[in-house]
Design a protein around this ligand. Structure first.
Ligand code: GLP
Length: 243
């Protein structure tokens, strides 16, 4: 558990860890997250790439989730987010990028194939996670079975409301998504979960200090042997151990 002073230092701390891992293993398999939280981390990676510290040409990436019904070019698709915030700015091989296909006609087949591709790549070495205000990771909403794998999920009203800030109105937010499951996430070798801002303080306190429960999907990380939670002061403000 690392409590950084602010968003910038949270992003820098996370950047240091990811950069070190990328240097150690140039063909690393990264699990990536979207949302506003990891943007600063991606900026750190782009900076390090421009300075010649890291190389993306041999690594593989698997994104956590994607909205169902949004084509990759849609302004709010997670594919587009990743493309703009990271992929187009580094020397990644596009064949090594994997983002769930929100337009697939065979969702179950796609999900099975995604899991097989992760396994075929040797598993995810380092997984980046954000957290929802309700404790979700990826799009695994409260109640999602902890043994679940990549699957179709229905978003909760809370998540739809939280994510509507990126859309013109709430009813434009897709109701369904494809998301790696908790079992997919917990099998990754190393995890970094990032959280910033007051509105994440409850979720962080429950995830880190509460019981391990499917009602708080992020709480399963307590059972992971190598999970680091990096928060800024506001997101860490309700941790009892920190008073
Ligand atoms: C979304 C994503 C999550 C993300 C979360 C928090 O719903 N599916 O992967 O962690 O919301 O987003 P933000 O970082 O913008 O607060």
């Amino acid at each position: 558990m690392i409590v950084a002073d602010d968003y910038e230092s949270m992003s820098k701390r996370a950047g240091e860890i990811v950069i070190e891992e990328m240097k150690r293993k140039p063909d690393i398999v990264l699990g990536l997250a979207t949302g506003s939280t990891p943007e600063g981390l991606y900026e750190e990676l782009i900076k390090a790439y421009r300075q010649g510290q890291i190389d993306f040409s041999r690594l593989k990436t698997f994104n956590l989730d994607e909205y169902i019904g949004l084509p990759p070019a849609h302004s709010q698709s997670y594919w587009r987010f990743m493309f703009e915030k990271l992929f187009e700015q580094v020397n990644i091989n596009y064949r090594n990028i994997h983002v769930p296909d929100g337009m697939t006609e065979d969702i179950d087949g796609f999900c099975k194939d995604y899991e097989e591709k992760i396994r075929g790549a040797g598993g995810i070495d380092l997984q980046i996670l954000g957290i929802g205000v309700n404790g979700h990771i990826g799009f695994n909403e409260p109640g999602s079975p902890s043994g679940s794998r990549t699957k179709k999920v229905e978003l909760t009203e809370e998540t739809i409301r939280a994510n509507s800030r990126f859309f013109e109105s709430e009813d434009q937010v897709p109701r369904y998504a494809i998301s790696m499951g908790q079992a997919t996430i917990i099998e990754t070798k190393k995890i970094i979960l990032l959280a910033s801002g007051k509105n994440k303080a409850d979720a962080i306190a429950k995830a880190v200090e509460g019981p391990i429960t499917e009602e708080v999907p992020a709480s399963i990380l307590q059972s992971h042997p190598d999970a680091t939670v990096i928060v800024d002061r506001e997101a860490g403000s309700k941790l009892k151990g920190r008073e």
